[in-house]
Design a protein around this ligand. Structure first.
Ligand code: NAP
Length: 682
C-alpha cells in the first residue's frame, strides 16, 4: 500500500523513492510513502486562498459547532484507529491518549464557542479610556490571520499531535497543512481520509503531507504560523530558516524536555504520597514505552530514601508485562521502530557516562506474544546518578524511551536547583502533602517549567497525571523545551489571531466590536427593551428610566431587610477618617433599586437574569440625591438549542449605568439576561 498526500483538494501518491513504514511489533511492511513531486508552494497558496476565506467568515459558534460535529464523527470511527495504532507499538491505554485524547481536544476547543463571542473575530479585554472627555477610547480586536497553520509533528502521537493543533487553528479561522513524522504517518493518513470524506470542513481547511517536508518552509509567508514538535536539533534548524526570519513567521517549538518528578521530604515510605509517587514513576516510564515529551526523565528523591525508592520502582517495573499490545495482560508495547530504539540506545550510552543501570537491561527483554528480534521492544531502564551536580548528562540527554534516572537531593532548594539544570522543561511534579513544601517548590521552579503538578492523597483519584497536557491548560516550556506554548483553552486560539489596537470615538468602536461602550450614541427605543425578542434588540438600544429620590428611610429599610448594618450606612457619628460625609446608601441598595427602575415586570421575552459580569460603586449616594438608569444593550451572544424542545434564546448583556441628578455615574454594572427568540425553529 502506498500512502497518499492530500493536496489542493486531491489525494496524490508521491513519486520516486519511497520510505518504508514498518509494523513496530512484527517488523512487517505496512506500506510506503513519498512526498516527491508535491508543489509545496501551491499547497500553501491553496490553503490561504481556498481554505482561509470560508473559515474566516464563520463566527466562533459556527466554528465550534463544526469542531463538535467532526469530533462526534471521528468518535464513531475510533475502533479502526485503535486497530492501526497497535502497529505503532502502542497498547490500548497508550492509544486512548492518542485517539480519544486527540478527539477530546476537538470537543474541548468546540466548547470555546461559548467564551469567544459571537463574531468571526475576538474582542480582547475591556476598552481603554485614553482621553479626559471620553470621546477618544481604545480597544483590542483579534482577527484570524490570513495564512496557513503549518504543523510539523513528532512521531509519538500521530493523531493527538495533529488534532490538538488543528482544533485550535480551525477555531481561530485558519486552515492547516499537517506534516506528521513519516514513521507513524499511516495512522494520521487514515484519520485525514475520514475527515476529508466527512465533508464537515470547508475545502482547503486541511491538507496532508506524508513523507518528507524538506523545502516546505521555503514557501511560508508572514501571515502563516509554523508549529514544530520534535527534536531540538531539527527544531533549531527549521527555526533559523531564512523565510521564518525574513517574513517574521511565528514559529512555535515544542522540543526535548528533561522533565523532573520530585518526592517531597515529607513523603517517606509508608505515606500515601510515597505510594502515589512510585505509581506515577512506573506509569511515566512505561506508558507509550516512554515516548512522551512530558515523560518524567529525572526522578529526584531525598538522599535518605534513595534505596527505598529504587527498590519500590524496581518492584513496580518488574510487574510490567512487555509484548504485543494486542495480547491480554501486556502493559507496555514497542517503541515506534528500530530507528527509534537505536536512538534511545545511543542516548543511553551517553547517560551511562554518569549513571549506572539499577533496573532493566539495554540488550535483552522478555516479551509476550511477539518476537523480540523483530519488534522494537525494550525493557524499562532505571538509572542511578549518585552525584547529579557532578554528572550532568542526566540534565542534558533525553533518551526518548522507557529510561529515567534516579538521583538524590539534599533539601527543597537543592531539588529546585537540580530541576533547573534541565534548562527549561515542559513539566515538573512533586509528591507532597505539605503545602509549605509545595509552595517552596512551585515558587522556586515555576520560571523553568510550563506546567507543574502537585500530587497528594486529596487529588489522587481525579488527578490526570504528570505526563498529561490538558486542552484547557497551557502546554509548552521555556528553554530546552522549545520556548513554545500551545493549547491552554482560549490562550491557544490567540496564536492564530492578529491582535490589533483600535482607537476612535466610542460610537465607532462600538460599531466595530458590537460591544457598547460608555459615551457611544444610544438608541432610545420606543418600546421597553424587555418587550423585545433577541432578534429585535440591537447593541446600543437604550431605556432611560424614571427617577428615584434616595431617602434615609431607604437606607434603614435596606439595612433591616438585608441585615447589612455596616457603620457607614447606620452611624453618622462613626465617619471620621472615612471618605463619607454622611450616612451613605448601600451599593447593593443602589443596584437593587436600579433594577426596580429598569425592570419591566410583565411576562415577556426576557426569561431570566443569571448574574452580573462586573459591578462598581463609583460615587457615594446620600439621602436627598436621586438615581436614574441608562439601561443599554451592551452585547448579544447567540445560543444554540440543546434539544429540539429547548426554547430558542440568546444572551443579552445590558449595561446598567446608574447616575445621579448631576448626570454623573454612581454605579455601573453589566447584567446577564436570557432572551427568547422570535423564531423558535432555530
Ligand atoms: P524529529 O526527528 O525532529 O522530527 C520531527 C518532525 O520534523 C518530523 O515530522 C520530521 O519529518 C520533520 N522534519 C525533519 N526534517 C525536516 C525538514 N527539513 N523540513 C521539514 N520537516 C522536517 O523528531 P521525532 O523523532 O519525530 O520526535 C522525537 C522528539 O520529539 C523527541 O525529542 C521528543 O522530546 C520531541 N517531542 C516533543 C514534544 C513536545 O511537545 N515538546 C512532543 C512530542 C515529541 P520526518 O519524520 O519525515 O523526518
Amino acid at each position: 500500500m502506498q500512502l497518499q498526500n492530500y493536496t489542493c483538494g486531491e489525494w496524490v501518491a508521491g513519486a520516486g523513492k519511497q520510505s518504508e513504514l514498518v509494523d513496530a511489533v512484527s517488523g512487517e511492511l505496512i506500506g510506503t510513502t513519498s512526498s516527491t513531486g508535491l508543489d509545496f508552494g501551491r499547497m500553501l497558496a491553496y490553503g490561504r486562498e481556498v481554505g482561509g476565506p470560508p473559515l474566516r467568515k464563520m463566527t466562533f459558534p459556527e466554528r465550534g459547532r463544526m469542531l463538535k460535529a467532526l469530533a462526534l464523527y471521528l468518535m464513531d470511527r475510533k475502533e479502526s484507529y485503535y486497530e492501526l495504532s497497535y502497529r505503532t507499538g502502542a497498547t490500548k491505554a497508550d492509544s486512548w491518549v492518542d485517539i480519544e485524547g486527540g478527539i477530546g481536544n476537538l470537543f474541548a476547543n468546540a466548547s470555546l464557542r461559548r467564551v469567544l463571542g459571537n463574531m468571526p473575530f475576538y474582542v480582547d479585554g475591556d476598552a481603554i479610556k485614553t482621553s479626559k472627555g471620553g470621546t477618544f477610547i481604545g480597544h483590542h480586536i483579534m482577527v484570524p490571520k490570513e495564512g496557513v497553520a503549518v504543523h510539523i509533528n513528532a512521531f509519538n502521537f500521530p493523531i493527538w499531535g495533529m488534532l490538538e493543533k488543528v482544533a485550535v487553528n480551525w477555531m481561530a479561522g485558519v486552515p492547516a497543512v499537517v506534516k506528521p513524522a513519516t514513521v507513524t504517518s499511516y495512522l494520521t493518513e487514515a484519520m485525514v481520509k475520514d475527515i476529508v470524506a466527512s465533508g464537515i470542513l470547508p475545502e482547503g481547511a486541511l491538507q496532508l503531507i506524508v513523507g518528507s517536508a524538506e523545502g516546505l518552509l521555503d514557501h511560508v509567508m508572514h501571515q502563516d504560523v509554523v508549529t514544530f514538535t520534535g527534536s531540538a536539533s531539527t527544531g533549531r534548524m527549521l527555526k533559523k530558516h531564512t523565510r521564518i526570519v525574513d517574513e517574521s513567521v511565528p514559529f512555535n517549538m515544542e522540543a526535548d524536555s528533561l522533565n523532573a518528578i520530585v518526592l517531597g521530604p515529607d513523603a517517606t515510605p509508608g505515606t500515601e504520597e510515597f505510594d502515589l509517587f512510585i505509581k506515577e514513576v512506573g506509569k511515566e516510564m512505561t506508558l507509550k514505552c516512554g515516548q512522551r515529551c512530558t515523560g518524567a526523565r529525572r526522578i529526584l528523591v531525598p538522599q535518605n530514601v534513595l534505596e527505598d525508592v529504587q527498590i519500590a520502582i524496581g518492584k513496580r517495573l518488574g510487574g510490567t508485562v512487555i509484548g504485543d499490545p494486542r495480547v491480554d495482560g501486556v502493559r507496555m508495547g514497542a517503541l515506534a521502530g528500530q530507528t527509534q530504539r537505536n536512538e534511545v540506545k545511543r542516548a543511553l550510552d551517553e547517560l551511562l557516562k554518569g549513571s549506572q543501570i539499577v533496573y532493566g537491561s539495554a540488550d535483552s527483554v522478555d516479551v509476550k506474544g511477539a518476537d523480540a528480534s523483530k519488534g522494537a521492544f525494550m525493557s524499562p531502564i532505571l538509572l542511578l546518578n549518585a552525584d547529579p551536580w557532578k554528572n550532568q548528562q542526566s540534565h542534558n540527554v533525553e533518551a526518548f524511551g522507557p529510561v529515567s534516572t534516579l538521583m538524590p537531593y539534599t533539601d527543597i532548594d537543592d531539588a529546585v536547583a537540580l530541576t533547573k539544570l534541565g534548562k527549561g522543561s515542559l513539566c515538573a511534579s512533586i509528591a507532597t502533602y505539605d503545602e509549605k513544601v509545595a509552595q517552596q517548590f512551585v515558587w522556586g521552579a515555576a520560571s523553568h517549567h510550563g506546567r507543574m503538578l502537585i500530587l497528594n492523597r486529596e487529588m489522587a483519584k481525579e488527578n490526570t497525571g504528570h505526563g498529561s497536557p490538558l486542552a484547557t491548560l497551557v502546554h509548552g516550556g521555556p528553554g530546552r523545551a522549545g520556548g513554545g506554548e500551545e493549547m491552554g483553552g482560549k490562550r491557544g486560539v490567540m496564536h492564530y489571531l492578529q491582535r490589533t489596537a483600535i482607537q476612535g470615538h466610542p460610537s465607532t468602536i462600538t460599531a466595530i466590536t458590537q460591544q457598547y461602550q460608555q459615551g457611544a450614541r444610544m438608541n432610545i427605543t420606543k418600546q421597553h427593551t424587555f418587550r423585545m425578542h433577541f432578534e429585535e434588540l440591537h447593541v446600543g438600544d437604550t431605556v432611560i428610566t424614571d427617577i428615584h429620590p434616595v431617602t434615609l428611610q431607604d437606607i434603614e429599610d435596606f439595612a433591616h431587610l438585608s441585615g447589612d448594618k455596616f457603620y457607614a450606612h447606620m452611624d453618622a457619628n462613626s465617619l471620621e477618617g472615612t471618605i463619607f460625609t454622611g450616612r451613605v446608601a448601600h451599593g447593593y441598595f443602589i443596584l437593587s433599586r436600579a433594577a426596580g427602575l429598569f425592570v419591566d415586570p410583565p411576562k415577556g421575552p426576557v426569561l431570566l437574569n443569571y448574574g452580573l459580569d462586573e459591578c462598581r460603586f463609583v460615587k457615594p449616594v446620600y439621602p436627598g440625591m436621586t438615581i436614574q438608569v441608562r439601561f443599554t444593550v451592551k452585547e448579544k451572544v447567540d445560543q444554540e438549542k440543546r434539544t429540539p424542545e429547548d426554547v430558542a434564546k440568546g444572551i443579552v448583556k445590558f449595561l446598567v449605568d446608574v447616575f445621579d441628578e448631576t448626570g454623573e455615574t454612581v454605579a455601573i454594572a453589566t447584567i446577564l439576561t436570557m432572551v427568547k427568540k422570535l423564531d423558535q425553529s432555530l
